[in-house]
Ligand binder design. Structure first.
Ligand code: PLP
Length: 398
């Protein structure tokens, strides 16, 4: 592990340069509705982004807030349809990822009076769903691109997915993580043969460093969430949920960081079963998606809480936001106590340890069902990861 001593200004956002490989993806890119902040050459003027505090948007836990005003009927969204087709026809995730089970949560279901189903992504190899998107993007790179090596930035789980994907594809990987990344995560990265670099206090700072290094060293940058192939890889979870659920679903609760999982699941599910609500869940102090949907444009948080390290993101993705503002039903906010309760529930119910980001959706599902007094319905919570340090686990269960 290497420590990079760099300092980055967080008041500006570099434009996201996404290289779309197939004609199909080019079509998705060309239909982009974003303007000043849309992808362009990295040498163009850097767009300024509104910087706001997480506290500037508060609503009761459980309430479905940040309902997008630009939501469209998914049946008429060619964007969602394009994504859904690609998810079904061209994703390559099953070379490394497994189809995780959809399990009934006895403890939470009995307490809430709702059938709560857990999509157990914490049971993936490297214990998180991020492997799906990372592998899907990397498997679509050319031999030459793989030969030059790849680089990514991540709060930890994407890093492990990239490291495993690089090992399988035989390419060299550098992984940049914030200094707050859980030890278990960077150690796994190194064990998988990638080089781990810890830099910056947040995901955003790590990302700026990694993008700079990518252009200097000619490596391909593998984004954690803001790329069509990554979003499609995560979207395979939505495909599995609909295949596995043998009953009508009221809602799917999705933990949200940069929005790759949220966007991918929404693109698939809203096209196939538009009546199923797709609800994001964020911590009160890491609510970049809720604030972006609320303002109708991407914002940057001036600070972000680090307890739920998997979703400690200051700015959501450009492409993920484009999808989410059309497709999702809103965002539920939860506090730290609720997340810790869900971690304990998983230990009692399934004898399994999940990390705070992995518990987020379960906490959001319970808060929402209690808030709206929903009974007897089926809801799914994606338990997205299980990588947690012992110290944080001790904090969470005490
Ligand atoms: C365990 C876990 N859950 C949820 C997320 C959020 O995913 P996304 O950035 O696609 O919104 C992450 C992101 O790294 C994660 O590691």
């Amino acid at each position: 592990m290497a420590l990079a001593s760099c300092f980055f200004s967080t008041k500006k956002v570099l434009p996201c340069t996404i290289s779309y490989k197939s004609a199909y993806l080019r079509r998705i890119s060309a239909s982009s509705s974003s303007s000043s902040s849309s992808s362009s050459s990295s040498s163009s003027a850097e767009p300024l982004m509104r910087v706001v505090s997480p506290d500037s948007l508060k609503y009761e836990s459980g309430l479905l807030g940040a309902v997008p005003s630009s939501k469209v009927d998914a049946g008429s969204s060619s964007l969602a349809l394009d994504y859904m087709r690609n998810i079904v026809l061209s994703t390559k995730v099953y070379d490394v990822a497994v189809e995780t089970p959809l399990q009934h949560s006895t403890v939470v279901s009995e307490r809430v009076g709702v059938n709560v189903w857990l999509k157990r992504e914490d049971l993936q190899p490297v214990n998180a769903f991020k492997l799906r998107g990372a592998y899907n993007m990397m498997a679509n790179l050319s031999e030459e691109e793989l030969g030059r090596g790849i680089i990514c930035s991540s709060s930890g789980n994407h890093a492990q997915g990239v490291a495993l994907a690089a090992q399988r594809l035989g390419c060299h990987a550098v992984v940049v993580m914030p200094e707050t990344a859980a030890e278990v995560k960077w150690k796994t990265v190194e064990r998988l043969g990638a080089k781990a670099v810890l830099v910056g206090a947040s995901f955003h700072e790590a990302q700026l460093y990694a993008k700079e290094k990518a252009s200097v060293e000619g490596r391909t940058f593998v984004p954690s969430f803001d790329h069509p192939h990554v979003i499609m890889g995560q979207g395979t979870i939505g495909m599995e949920i609909l295949r596995q659920a043998k009953f009508p679903l009221h809602a799917i609760f999705v933990p949200v960081g940069g929005g790759g999982l949220f966007a991918g699941v929404a693109a698939y599910v809203k096209t196939v079963c538009p009546q199923v609500k797709i609800i994001g869940v964020e911590p009160f102090d890491a609510n970049a998606m809720a604030l972006s949907l609320h303002h109708g444009q991407r914002i940057m948080l001036d600070q972000v809480g680090g307890f739920v390290d998997g979703v400690a993101v200051k700015v959501v993705g450009e492409e993920t936001f484009r999808l989410c503002r059309e497709l999702v039903d809103g965002v539920v906010l939860v506090n730290r106590d609720a997340i810790c309760t869900s971690i304990k529930d998983m230990i009692m119910d399934k004898r399994c340890i999940i990390e705070p980001a992995g518990a987020l959706a379960l906490a959001g599902a319970e808060a929402y069902c209690n808030y709206y007094d929903i009974k007897g319905q089926n809801v799914v919570a994606i338990t997205s990861g299980g990588n947690i340090d012992l110290e944080k686990l001790r904090l969470a269960i005490n």
